[in-house]
Structure formats: C-alpha cells, structure tokens
Design a protein around this ligand. Structure first.
Ligand SMILES: Nc1ncnc2c1ncn2[C@@H]1O[C@H](COP(=O)(O)OP(=O)(O)OP(=O)(O)O)[C@@H](O)[C@H]1O
Ligand SMILES: [Mg+2]
Length: 269
C-alpha cells in the first residue's frame, strides 16, 4: 500500500451531533500542530463547512464535476491555512459523472493530496449510500455521537451498515456534548456491549467534547471555536483529541486509496 494522507470520514447516525464542527475544529487544531489538512464538504444538503467558517465560495466540487472547471479554482483557504474543497450537492456520486471527467478529477485530487497529511471528509448523517461510499473509501472512520439513548441506537444502525458494506474497517468514536468526562466513556462502553453481542465488532473511543456555550457562540460568529475561543472547554478537548489522533501514527493511502476503494465497491455492487 502506498503511503499518503490519512483520509478520515466524519459520520453520524443521526443529524446534528456536531460532525461539521468537529471536522473543522479538529482540522484546524491538527494544522496548528504542523500538519497539512484538507477538508471536503461531503454533505449533500447545506454547504456546512463553509457556513461554519463564514466562507462564500463561488464554485464547488459540483462545478468541477459537471461544468468542467479546474479543481485548483475551487480549492479555498481556511483558518491556519487549511485547504477546503466546497462540496455542492451530489458532488461525489462518481457513478453519474462522465468517465473522462471522472478520471481528470481523480488525477487532480491525487495530485493535490500528495502534499497533504490529512484529508477530512464531512460526510453527512444516516445510512445514505453516499455516507457508506465515504466510509468505504476512507482509511479511517470517525463517528460523532452524543450521550443520548437515541444517538446510541442510531450509531449502532450506522455501524452495522458500515460493517456490512465494508468489512474490517476500524471505527473510532467521539462523544460530543457530554455533561461530565465519564459520560463519553460510558456511552462508548454501552455501544460496545451491543456491538460485541450482535455484530462481534467493537469501536475505539477517541475522546469526548463537553457541551459548551462557546461552541454555539462561535457558530453564530461563523468562526471556528478553536481559534475564536481557544481556552474554552471544547477547544481543550479538541486539542487533546488532535494529539491523540496524531499519536496513532497510522499510514494513510490518500486520494489514490480512496478512489481505489470506492471504485472497487461500485464494481462489486
Ligand atoms: N460541544 C458542543 N457544545 C454546544 N453546542 C454544540 C456542540 N457541538 C455542536 N453544538 C451545536 O450543535 C449544532 C450542530 O452542530 P453541527 O452542525 O456541527 O452538527 P452536524 O452533525 O454537522 O449536523 P448535520 O447532520 O446537520 O450536518 C451547532 O450549530 C452547535 O450549536
Ligand atoms: Mg454537518
């Protein structure tokens, strides 16, 4: 396997658990630690990453795929110099894109990705086909959940779908909006009891982020909380998770691996 950027998809069983906020702030935190990070808005609906960062990109990946635009003119810079590719709806449904265009885009993405350390995909919620495609393509999967029982059930359903569609994927969990530090670990323990019993599978606990009013304030200001409120509890927690992720020292396969995986998956469907 060729080494490259670590591609990480941020997914959740239900919407609104904090994926976009965590993807953006963790990305900025890791960039601050000296790594090169690119974020892709993989969400079908709203342009999430751009909204949180207060960016209004003229063009999105959609223009690259369907209007013949160069990837270069779509890539934008965010805080600390992170790279951002605005998604646009339906963007990564590669099976619908003209084969030649698809090839050009993949080459451009592989080229761009060759200088990066991390590729973060803000992947959307639920068990939509695109979510499973991101999951199968990425080197790593991070599921963002909250401590509520409904979130547990939704996370379980998503993990079941991922294990069925792409076996042997390691899944890490971030528990967001916890009220105490033990709540994160408790939530993942409960999830693992279900997973081991019914799927013979278990997930890795990556960390928790407290429920913090500074997150909402930063969202309203359209700035990442990690730079706007660096001393907030949420920022400290994100920095800890960033260090933990770096310490794992995994090898990534970059965009090359990503496309190889999803094309394999499409061809066996
Ligand atoms: N740790 C936190 N503390 C307080 N509020 C939070 C926290 N995390 C997220 N929120 C709130 O939840 C809202 C939704 O977060 P976010 O947009 O990141 O979720 P999402 O999972 O990306 O949603 P969607 O599924 O719609 O894409 C934020 O606007 C913020 O107000
Ligand atoms: Mg989102």
């Amino acid at each position: 396997m060729s080494s490259g950027a670590r591609t990480i998809s941020f997914l959740s069983g239900k919407g609104g658990t904090g994926k976009t906020n965590i993807c953006v702030n963790l990305g900025v935190a890791i960039q601050k630690l000296g790594k090169k990070v690119l974020m892709i808005d993989g969400d079908l609906g709203l342009a999430n990453i751009e909204v949180i960062l207060g960016l209004t990109p003229k063009y999105t990946l959609y223009d690259v795929l369907y209007r013949g635009m160069d990837l270069e003119s779509v890539v934008t810079y965010g805080p600390e110099g992170v790279l951002i590719i605005p998604g646009g709806s339906g963007a990564l449904e590669l099976s619908k894109v003209d084969a030649n265009r698809q090839k050009i885009l993949m080459e451009q993405l592989i080229d761009l990705g060759s200088n990066l350390d991390y590729i973060f995909i803000d992947g959307g919620a639920g068990i939509h086909q695109d979510v499973l495609t991101f999951a199968s393509g990425s080197d790593e999967i991070i599921i963002v959940m909250t401590p509520e029982p409904t979130s547990l059930a939704d996370a379980y359903t998503l993990i079941k779908a991922i294990t069925l569609s792409s076996a042997n994927k390691e899944i890490k969990i971030i528990v967001n909006r916890v009220k105490s530090s033990s709540e994160g670990e408790d939530t993942v323990n409960r999830l693992n009891i279900l997973l081991v019993r019914f799927l013979r599978f278990s997930v890795i606990y990556l960390g928790h982020i407290p429920d913090d009013i500074w997150v909402e304030k930063a969202v309203k200001e359209q700035l990442p909380f990690i730079t706007r409120y660096p001393f907030s509890k949420a920022s400290r927690a994100v920095n800890e998770i960033a260090l933990k992720l770096l310490a794992l020292e995994k090898k990534g396969t970059g965009f090359r691996g990503f496309f190889r995986n999803i094309l394999e998956r499409i061809s066996t469907r």
